[in-house]
Write a protein that binds this ligand. Structure first.
Ligand SMILES: Nc1ncnc2c1ncn2[C@@H]1O[C@H](COP(=O)(O)OP(=O)(O)OP(=O)(O)O)[C@@H](O)[C@H]1O
Ligand SMILES: N[C@@H](CCO)C(=O)O
Length: 322
């Protein structure tokens, strides 16, 4: 459940007065998600999503996130479009939180992705990378090497509560990644959180990409690695080579990966697994039990880390390179 901030009908009606978005008919909090509060609104004009930005979103970054959605939508990516107020602004305030009204996208996210879904998400990711070219604003990735270290410093003293030995294991990974992290690969705007719950499908096609609130400028292949982690592992923790290969083929049918990017995949996938393990671990240790937020299991990503550690060739992800 992710409704951290409750809003009242009067406040919402007053907020809608600022927009040309019709009169409020109904609204309800959306249970899914974990980062921000989301409401589904029905107005006399259309359905909309109202997002209230919570803990991990720095309001300074909102022009980047919302501007990126506008840039991508103009270039044919199906993503929410921020609704401008009558005065031209896109960021409002409600219940003391910064908030934006965005368009509603049709579709459902896929609980059990097939190789065909993985291929489609690969294509969509590459399409997003190409469409983002030329976006004027930039944002550094707050959740790369330094950000990992900051999170780890906070979580580390209690890591062994989650599994004995985890502290030493993660510390060794982090040190290795800092030493070996690639810096010279192609860069651009990345989504940085393209998990199944952020991709809507309709009739077997990608109908929309949402949740750009970790987007930033970083290595394009790192986004591919994040998708391999998020889409191509089974519930039992095993890697599905057919899915991995489909995702990579889908991506490369739109944007070819350079040999250096392919060679770096094991390291990038390991870094990406560490990144999601760390945010999950931090939340696991800090969000009180009983809060209206679904806590995601850090151990799922510890197991991904262990998998990537024993990879000896990128072909084990399905790249087709021996
Ligand atoms: N533009 C949209 N159109 C339709 N539904 C949306 C839209 N934006 C958000 N939603 C709904 O709200 C839910 C949560 O949104 P979102 O993933 O952005 O939240 P979050 O808290 O940032 O989640 P996450 O944990 O993935 O970071 C989605 O699963 C979807 O059901
Ligand atoms: N997609 C993230 C949550 C939002 O950042 C995870 O599964 O840990």
């Amino acid at each position: 459940m992710a409704v951290y901030t409750e809003i009242g009908e009067d406040d919402l009606e007053a907020l809608l007065e600022l927009y040309d978005a019709g009169k409020l008919l109904s609204f309800k909090g959306i249970a899914e998600g974990s980062e921000n509060s989301n409401y589904l609104l029905h107005t006399s004009r259309a359905p909309y999503i109202l997002t209230l930005y919570e803990r991990r979103v720095d309001p300074v970054d909102l022009p980047f996130f919302l501007g990126l959605m506008e840039h991508l939508a103009e270039r044919g990516v199906s993503c929410p479009l921020p609704v401008r107020r009558r005065d031209g602004a896109v960021v409002s305030e409600i219940a003391g939180r910064p908030a934006a009204l965005i368009t509603f996208l049709e579709g459902m996210w896929i609980r059990r992705p097939t190789p065909q879904h993985c291929r489609k998400v690969g294509e969509a990711l590459a399409g997003l990378h190409l469409a983002a070219e030329g976006f004027a604003l930039t944002r550094a990735n707050a959740l790369t090497l330094n950000g990992w270290r900051d999170l780890w410093d906070k979580a580390r003293p209690r890591a062994d509560e989650v599994e004995p030995g985890l502290e030493a294991e993660v510390e060794a990974d982090l040190e290795m990644l800092v030493r070996q992290w690639p810096h010279d690969l192609p860069r651009g705007v990345i989504h940085a959180d393209l998990f199944p719950d952020n991709v809507f499908f309709l009739g077997g096609k990608v109908s929309g990409i949402i949740d750009f609130y970790f987007a930033c400028n970083d290595l394009l292949a790192y986004d591919v690695a994040t998708c391999l982690n998020a889409w191509c592992f089974e519930k039992d923790g095993s890697y599905n080579l057919t899915k991995g290969s489909a995702l990579l083929e889908g991506y490369q049918s739109v944007r070819r990966l350079q040999a250096e990017e392919i060679a770096a995949l094991p390291l990038l996938a390991r870094g990406s697994a560490l990144r999601f393990m760390l945010t999950r671990l931090y939340d696991w240790l800090t969000i009180p039990d009983g809060a209206l937020v679904t806590k995601r299991d850090p151990m799922e990503y510890v197991r991904r880390l262990r998998f990537h550690r024993q990879i000896s060739s990128p072909s084990e992800y399905g790249t087709g390179i021996q």
